[in-house]
Design a protein around this ligand. Structure first.
Ligand SMILES: *[C@@H]1O[C@H](CO)[C@@H](O)[C@H](O)[C@H]1NC(C)=O
Ligand SMILES: *[C@@H]1O[C@H](CO)[C@@H](O)[C@H](O)[C@H]1NC(C)=O
Ligand SMILES: *[C@@H]1O[C@H](CO)[C@@H](O)[C@H](O)[C@H]1NC(C)=O
Ligand SMILES: *[C@@H]1O[C@H](CO)[C@@H](O)[C@H](O)[C@H]1NC(C)=O
Length: 401
């Protein structure tokens, strides 16, 4: 049994004629981050400090228990899932495609408390099932997934990874997952960080030669009024989703999709991590997360204020958002700019019907933090169509259309 910390703080089929690209439609659903601004008890105040990542928040929520009374709906902070099938005949599952972890797990029919509305894998119903039985535990920011390994055929769209080992969860990592619209997680990080040394699905697809190129890419539709969530493309990327060409960053450490970032700049203002820092592209995280000092400084310079009673959650006055500067992420000498529209999350508070303009820059104050890592989540990946190139070990960014 091994542990792994995953950032997983978030997360698509049709066939294309050329180059055997497999398209998996991504569906989006409202954020899991049910927030509690305006509540009163000390515990709830404590919870308010942890807007940073939905799973992290939810862990604390689990530890504490008790109802979340002031849910916020969040129009920008969306999650994206797609459908896979496991076994013969196929059993369907909705999974988050997470580049910040490397295992596949789905709830097991043997799980008690996994949320009966979730699809649960029943190995007795599959003729291609092969038992394994090794126990597994994956530590997420919100809690642990526990279960055991099994092997079966896993289909993503029209392509199948045969004899794929995955985890049957007998315990889900926190209420977030129990309540989530998706059933499980499909990790798309490197095999190097796969718990129990299980080969990742993507590596299996490449090895079994069912995709032409060892490349996948994500397009996230950020239009909140459009029901199409986006697309995961296996085997390449689709020029219809981006302008210009990709700028590639070499993967510096295989595990997450990690690379070096030159700096972060506020246009017309300060520069952060001036000597470079490490960053990851993580479809499993909604926001942009970074080292505490830098994130605080960015929020202050942009004029975001701490939300009352919070130590880590910043918000803008909504009428000032239009005049906020661009924030640039300098990668390989090229600036990737986010506008305020990209990095401010407009959140409506149901009870009072007031809008809150949350900052998309989040402190990562988790005890699970490994080093001063920047996490470029969906706020960034939505603006920049991202290609994950396993063959050349590089990540490519191009402006999404
Ligand atoms: C799993 O499938 C078997 C075979 O169809 C069935 O007998 C069993 O009741 C199922 N288990 C559950 C918990 O649904
Ligand atoms: C999967 O396992 C079966 C039986 O163990 C074996 O016959 C088959 O060759 C394996 N397929 C792959 C692609 O490994
Ligand atoms: C279970 O799967 C793991 C990871 O693929 C493998 O190392 C191990 O040998 C398997 N064990 C059995 C009993 O099949
Ligand atoms: C967003 O999607 C809606 C519904 O499909 C469409 O009417 C609208 O034009 C889109 N907005 C933008 C900015 O593309």
């Amino acid at each position: 049994m091994k542990f792994l910390i995953s950032w997983l703080l978030l997360i698509s089929c049709s066939h294309l004629g050329y180059g055997r690209l497999e398209r998996i439609r991504l569906t989006k659903f409202d954020s899991l981050r049910r927030q509690l601004i305006g509540s009163r008890t000390p515990m709830e105040k404590y919870l308010k400090h942890n807007l940073q990542t939905k799973y992290n928040l939810q862990t604390k929520y689990n530890l504490i228990g008790g109802p979340v009374r002031e849910p916020l709906t969040n129009c920008l902070d969306m999650e994206y899932y797609g459908e896979i099938t496991i076994g013969t005949p196929p059993q369907k599952f909705k999974v988050l495609f997470d580049t910040g972890s490397s295992n596949l797990w789905v709830p097991s029919v043997k799980c008690r408390g996994c949320g009966a509305w979730h699809n649960q894998y029943n190995s007795s119903k599959s003729s291609t099932y092969k038992p394994n039985g090794t126990s597994i535990e994956i530590v997420y920011e919100t809690g642990s997934m526990m279960g055991f390994l099994s092997t079966d055929n896993v289909a993503i769209g029209n392509i199948v990874a045969k004899n794929q080992t995955f985890a049957e969860a007998t315990r889900e990592p926190g209420m977030t997952f129990v309540a989530a619209s998706f059933d499980g997680i499909l990790g798309m990080g490197y095999s190097e960080i796969a718990v129990d040394g299980v080969q990742t699905i993507f590596d299996a697809l490449v090895e079994q030669k069912v995709i032409d190129k060892p490349i996948f890419s994500f397009y996230f539709n950020r239009n909140t009024s459009d029901s199409t969530g986006g697309e995961l493309i296996l085997g390449g990327s689709d020029p219809k989703y981006y302008k210009g060409s990709f700028s590639y960053e070499k993967v510096t450490l295989k595990g997450y999709w990690q690379f070096n970032m030159d700096s972060v700049v506020i246009k017309g203002g300060s520069k952060f991590c001036p000597n470079g820092c490490e960053a990851i592209a993580d479809t499993g995280t909604s926001l942009i997360v970074g080292p505490t000092q830098d994130i605080i400084a960015i929020n202050m310079e942009l004029g975001a204020k701490l939300i009352e009673d919070s130590v880590s959650q910043y918000a803008f006055e909504c009428d000032k958002v239009a005049s906020l500067p661009y924030v640039g992420f300098i990668l390989g000498g090229k600036a990737f700019y986010l506008s305020a529209e990209d990095y401010v999350l407009k959140v409506s508070q149901w009870s009072s019907e007031t809008m809150i303009c949350l900052s998309g820059f989040q402190v990562l104050d988790s005890p699970l933090t490994i080093g001063p890592l920047w996490i470029l989540g969906d706020v960034f990946l939505g603006k920049f169509y991202t290609e994950f190139d396993k063959g050349a070990d590089r990540v490519g960014f191009a402006e999404a259309v």
